[in-house]
Design a protein around this ligand. Sequence first.
Ligand code: GLN
Length: 481
Amino acid sequence: MTDFSAIDITEAKKLLSQKQITATELTEFFIKQIEEKKELNCFITNTFDIALKMAKESDEKIQKGSDLGILEGIPIGMKDLFCTDGVKTTAGSKMLENFVPFYESTVSQNLWKNGAIMLGKTNMDEFAMGSANTTSFFGNVLNPIRSDDQKDLVPGGSSGGSAAAVASGQCFAATGSDTGGSIRQPASFCGLVGFKPTYGRCSRFGMVAFASSLDQAGPITKTVSDAALMLQSMCSYDDKDSTSSKKLIPNFSDYKKFDLKGKKIGLPNEYIIEGLNEEIKKKFDQCINIFKDCGAELIDITLPHTNYALPTYYIIAPAEASANLARYDGVRYGLRENSENLDDLYQTTRASGFGDEVKRRLIIGTYVLSAGYYDAYYLKALKVRQLISNDFKNAFEKCDLILTPTTPNVAFPIGEKQNDPLEMYLNDVLTVPASLAGLPAISVSAGNNNNNLPIGMQIIGRPFEEISVLAAGSAIELSKV
Ligand code: GLN
């Protein structure tokens, strides 16, 4: 069997259209990979029968040469946060262990309409809360990349199953969702490309909600070119999501024509934080030189409220989560525990259905929204969020793009930071600001550290200017730092 794990979607599309390979061959190859790499625990549910049926349909279309989608015949993983009609959707939680939706999320629907093939539903932190994929009810996901000392490392989170599946060649690409970094951080830990588009580009319809004002879908891929293709398919205006954007969706692959010459790239001094790993800092400096070589102008900028982004996020996200997750009451969705009366039903169901991290967030969320503390915490956080957005607005008057590292550290061993939630939350310190401001941001791999672990660089752009972000990501990718 040919090894398809070495090629990306862009190359596979070429081979499919030249009829050198079939979608069925691709699908069978990835099914074998998924079976052989079970120990990484990337998938919660396999959908091999569906995949083979979809592949057959794609092959028929390719034979006829008509009706072809932009992802025709391309097998992918679907984060288990996207509702899939008739296929279990758990959000990594015991609460939804047996939940089978009877409708399809808009993002997954768009992908199937474009010919993508569903191999299965990927593992994730429970309700997308986490940075290490260690909060899933279905167990930890292992990073396929190992450090030189051979420890088991986290793949990042919350889209850890998606990232580990792509990195280990179990699918060409996978969907992710990013509330505070869950696409970019795992992509960074697994040496991949992760793209969070502008808030509103992808519909949230059918995505299990975490924090609605922040949640945004996006792809995790091997290359920037693949990210553009996945994005093209995932984005759409949707009247089923009131925050979905009506902005024209460009041809994202046009990033290849975007010239960085003369563009201004901002370097926010606040992002070179204390505790930033030396080797990451070194890669950051190398990336500055890459952009200089492209003819871009590098300028120092300031985002003065950066320090407040993490505490602001960890008030707003839990507040919204506590409202969104109120629906899991033992009556309407998923798990229902035996009980004596209604109050008891709520309590026993929620006590047994949610894991520790989710409970922690729900307690924080209800606390900051409670009558006595609403003004002091939640309202204050909303105001600071606006200041953070204004910081970016001001910065983008001076520059076109912003370059930062994606994370302050590389992938760490499973178990580390587990007993210290604050340590864990610090992982998101560089990704959360763009989420609060709803800006498009990519993470691309900038090579490895001395211990052979990938380092990710982040590029943040103006709202709806995904093309320039992809172009800058591609510059780093092409330079092979
Ligand atoms: N790690 C962050 C958190 O735990 C971000 C999660 C996400 O983006 N879904 O909330």
